[in-house]
Design a protein around this ligand. Structure first.
Ligand code: UGA
Length: 430
């Protein structure tokens, strides 16, 4: 397979991962972004996204001359064979995806694209967007392909290089095959389909995952009420290959920049064609309720009142391994605790100090023991593995009370008990 000249528009976590990984597969990649400061940093090999191996691949790509960063898509596309769109599609008014960034890139490059090049949509976009992009491009000599990404934050490079599948959707067969060929080295099963179906695969997968988690969180509540242990229940379920062991971990609810946005968008899209997606609406409601349930659990654990109570918080990011606070259930729970008058001192290994996007509901410290000092209870909200191996007798000595609410079922309850602490998990008996 020949190396291709690829342009990736948007250097967020999807775009940068796509660019760096395609370069590592031997292609020649130009990454374009509208943020001048970001482009300057990336040119110097500075990666601020917390993503394992990403900085290493960027450095390798730069050194090998296979990866380049430029300001503005218009300055990148002149020689392109394939142009990936990896720009944000945030939740717009009413929950539907906002396509302003996609539209503005198309307007910027449409006249500059070389004849025969392929525009690939990687951003999560509503069904029908490929057709809309084709219309906006208004170029019979440029094909449009939908090629959704399935990268998880925190394991994006691994997921890119070890995909479960590649999905390529287009009515232009030759263009679809050229896009699929970019990934040939990865040896993943490839689903060729039309563009609307490829676009739907992304929503269908993310919404199914959200639904799976809401089911597990509801099951955890039921286990608590009936005296069953959700860890054993999910293990027992997960051996069924039709269900699988992964994505069965109860928690404070699902969050991040993808699942909340995509579930709302699909409900909205369904409504627009007179389909009430009850199953999905119930999953979203269950998720909102889960956060309130965690607050109630914490309130009960510290004696029924939160007003004036100081709490230590472990974890603020939406999941471990990231420093991403977007739609973080941890922040949502913290805000609710604060609204009831609790005073919160928080530690997160990925977030050393207060950062933009952070609520003022919490005071951030750079040491877990400092967070524990004088607090009546401790609340674990993000599943950083290092929390398991904290010096729990030391934590017990610093806390003013005994309650530890572990919303991720991460900690070893026996270790905590031996340290004299009262462990409260989710869906399991204390
Ligand atoms: C999600 C999907 O998993 C990716 O496949 C997809 O490509 C990505 O969205 C996207 O659309 O770009 P991500 O948002 O990085 O990836 O996070 P997940 O690992 O899916 O976690 C989502 C939420 O579910 C987090 O709040 C996490 O803590 C929670 N979760 C996950 C649980 O509570 N329990 C679990 O067992 C797994």
């Amino acid at each position: 397979m020949f190396a291709r000249r690829i342009v990736v528009v948007g250097s967020g976590y999807v775009g940068l991962t796509t660019g760096a990984c395609l370069a590592s597969l031997g292609h020649k990649v130009i990454c374009a972004d509208v943020d001048a400061a970001k482009v300057t940093r990336l040119k110097a090999g500075e990666v601020t996204i917390l993503e394992p191996r990403l900085a290493e691949l960027v450095a390798e790509g730069l050194a090998a001359g296979r990866l380049e960063f430029v300001l503005g898509a218009r300055n990148a596309v002149a020689d392109a064979e394939v142009v990936f769109l990896c720009v944000p599609t945030p939740m717009g008014s009413g929950g539907a995806a906002d396509l302003a960034a996609v539209e503005s890139v198309i307007a910027e490059v449409r006249e500059l694209l070389p004849s025969g090049c392929v525009v690939v949509n990687k951003s999560t976009v509503p069904v029908g967007t490929a057709a809309r992009v084709h219309e906006l491009l208004d170029r019979a000599d440029v094909a449009v392909v939908s090629n959704p990404e399935f990268l998880r934050e925190g394991t994006a490079v691994h997921d890119f290089l070890n995909p479960d599948r590649i999905v390529v959707g287009s009515s232009a067969q030759d263009a679809a095959e050229r896009v699929a060929a970019l990934y040939a080295k990865l040896g993943a099963p490839t689903v060729f389909t039309d563009a609307p179906s490829a676009e739907m695969v992304k929503y269908a997968a993310n919404c199914f995952l959200a639904m799976k988690l809401s089911y597990v969180n509801a099951m955890a509540e039921l286990c608590e009420r009936l005296g069953a242990d959700v860890a054993d229940v999910t293990e027992g379920m997960g051996y069924d290959r039709r269900i699988g062991q992964s994505f069965l971990q109860p928690g404070p609810g699902w969050g991040g920049s993808c699942l909340p946005k995509d579930t709302h968008a699909l409900v909205q899209v369904a409504e627009a064609v007179d389909f009430d997606f009850m199953l999905l609406r119930a999953s979203i409601d269950t998720n909102t309720r889960q956060r309130d349930r965690m607050v109630a659990k914490i309130r009960d654990a510290v004696g029924g009142v939160l007003d004036g109570v100081r709490l230590a918080v472990l974890g603020l990011a939406f999941k471990a391994g990231t420093n991403d606070l977007r739609d973080s259930p941890a922040l949502a729970v913290a805000e609710k605790l604060r609204a009831e008058g609790a005073e919160l001192v928080a530690f997160d290994p990925g977030i050393p100090a207060a950062v933009p996007g952070m609520t003022d509901a919490v005071r951030v410290v750079s040491d877990p023991y400092q967070a524990a000092e004088g607090a009546l209870g401790l609340v674990l909200l993000t599943e950083w593995p290092e929390f398991r191996t904290l010096d729990w007798p030391r934590v017990a000595g610093l806390l003013a009370g005994k309650a530890v609410v572990d919303t991720r079922n991460l900690l070893d309850a026996d270790v905590l008990r031996r340290a004299g602490l009262a462990w409260h998990g989710v869906g399991r008996s204390p």
